[in-house]
Design a protein. Sequence first.
Length: 144
Amino acid sequence: MLSDVATAEQISRVISQATAPAFLLGAVAGFISVLITRMNRIVDRSNLLGGLRETDPGGSRLKDILPRLKRRAKLLNKAIEFAVISGIFTTMLVILAFVSSFLNLRHEYGAAIMFSVALMFFSASLMALLLEVRAALHDLDFSL
């Protein structure tokens, strides 16, 4: 029965194989922090503009910016969702590797698929951020 349990060598191998997903998980966590900071800035700006009265000088003109900010917030929300899903797949990948090692199961193909899916969601998150940055640059209005 003890021969069915993972050896220290197998666990050591899994730990070394979990290094790349661990780095990806750290990158995803940092990236989510950046996205949330950008989202908070948009929300704060939207709240400020939404609180303006129509009688304020330039208030109606400034309120015209709200739909653009809403579009940018939606893009950032998508980026955050994709990044979180990437983090979930990466976490599940590390768990799968350790459980497979303890049960003496081969996990290479499943790990490769999960890592690829995690990278695809991370790429989708980066693309959503790119679209938001382009929208932010397009929305620059130097006349305000």
